[in-house]
Write a protein that binds this ligand. Structure first.
Ligand SMILES: Cc1ncc(COP(=O)(O)O)c(C=O)c1O
Length: 400
């Protein structure tokens, strides 16, 4: 009898975490490495949110709570959905988990039977396919190409849906591309979904507040109220509130699904940290002015990175609507050889050579299901970004 489960053999460790670890390891060895792999803001959690966490500790709010969230946080989440998205939910339609990751995982675990399919636009956040596999389902990746600004077309969605499709996972603005769907683009997809009443929608709105220029965020149940009864609207405080370590994510949707997710959570982790929940209440109910300030910084960095990478022959770098990533294509560099003698056959080799020869850590596109590209996280200082982009320019200029 094998010790490790068959399920485990179907999944791979997170490649984005692997890149961050490798960069940290090289730094610890004294190497001059700039990490552009991290999926988290470099800003600190705002003081008023920290204070709410400290106050919760001092007030003794340090015990078990209701499995899927304290009533105060569920209320704050309902108010958020009404305020930002025009969506009506009651607290019994809300689930709070240990990060957005647990929420998505619970929903897939609660619903997927062997062989059921989940349509996932690629490039995708690395965890979607592996979570589907862990839950016994079949990920169906559909490539959203550079030519279509990394956005899925209605025809592509239509073609991917089969009688076995249980979920469509939608993520806008996207990790890894930053691409954000306009209302018209999303309506094209929701029209398709209206024709397939057996398909549920899992929308991952984690980057809702991180949008630039005049991009207007929208979410499927708001764009097409006819989908409300089969949509799980997922969100969290990790990114916009710079709270990745606090581990609070949440979702709202039909009661039966929320109850099933609660059952999974009750037999695995139980409640998310009580202290973090109180901090999240303050995040959602408190002042939001810091988000605009942070976004001004992110937009400046996005523009810096896009312009420096666009100067490189062989790289195409679209300007994304949101998140803190850009996803340049290196199609024009494939087949060339680096100054260190490495033949750039694919994006994984490109990223490895860039790290070894220039000390810049990026994540290769194959990890996100669309090559030949790489992901840059611009959630780091302007100085580090300038230096990293100069090194990428030098690396590419030396390719023959
Ligand atoms: C698209 C997307 N969804 C969900 C998550 C998970 O967020 P959390 O840190 O709250 O688990 C991430 C984090 O990287 C993400 O990029």
């Amino acid at each position: 009898m094998a010790f490790l489960s068959d399920t485990l053999s179907r999944v791979k460790p997170s490649p984005t975490i692997a890149v961050s670890n490798l960069a940290a390891e090289l730094k610890a060895q004294g190497k001059d490495v700039i990490g552009l792999g991290a999926g988290e803001p470099d800003f600190d959690t705002p003081d008023h949110i920290k204070a709410a966490g400290i106050a919760a500790i001092q007030a003794g709010k340090t015990k078990y709570t209701a499995v899927d969230g304290i009533p105060e946080l569920k209320q704050a989440i309902c108010a958020k959905f009404k305020r930002d998205n025009g969506l009506d939910y009651t607290p019994d339609q809300v689930s709070v988990g240990t990060g957005g990751k647990q929420i998505l995982y619970n929903a897939l675990m609660a619903t997927l039977n062997p062989g059921e399919e989940v349509v996932i636009p690629a490039p995708y956040w690395v965890s979607y396919p592996d979570m589907v596999l862990l839950a016994g389902g079949v990920p169906v990746a559909v490539e959203a190409t550079l030519e279509n600004e990394f956005k899925l077309t209605p025809d592509q969605l239509e073609a991917a849906i089969t009688p076995k499709t249980k979920w469509f996972i939608f993520n806008s603005p996207s990790n890894p591309t930053g691409a954000g769907y306009s209302r018209a683009e999303l309506k094209g997809l929701t029209d398709v979904l209206m024709r397939h009443p057996h398909v549920w929608v899992m929308t991952d709105d984690m980057y809702e507040h991180l949008a630039y220029d005049d991009f207007e965020f929208c979410t499927p149940a708001e764009v097409e109220p006819g989908l409300y009864e089969r949509t799980l609207t997922c969100n969290g405080v990790s990114k916009a509130y710079a709270m990745t370590g606090w581990r609070i994510g949440y979702a709202a949707g039909p009661r039966e699904l929320i109850g099933a997710m609660r059952k999974i959570q009750s037999q695995s982790t139980s409640n998310p940290s009580s202290i973090s929940q109180w901090a999240a209440v303050e995040a959602l109910n408190g002042p939001h002015d810091f988000i605009a300030r942070n976004n001004a910084t992110f937009k400046r960095r996005r523009d810096l990175v896009v312009s420096m990478l666009s100067e490189i022959d062989g790289i195409t770098c679209p300007t994304p609507e949101g998140a803190f990533y850009v996803y340049p294509s290196i199609a024009g560099l494939i087949g060339k050889t680096s100054a260190g003698g490495v033949k750039i056959d694919n994006d994984e080799i490109f990223a490895k050579a860039l790290l070894e020869e220039k000390g810049v850590a990026v994540v290769f596109g194959a990890a996100f299901g669309l090559s030949p590209c790489f992901r840059v996280s611009y959630a780091t200082s302007d100085e580090a970004l300038k230096e990293a982009c100069t090194r990428i320019q030098d690396f590419c200029a030396a390719l023959t």
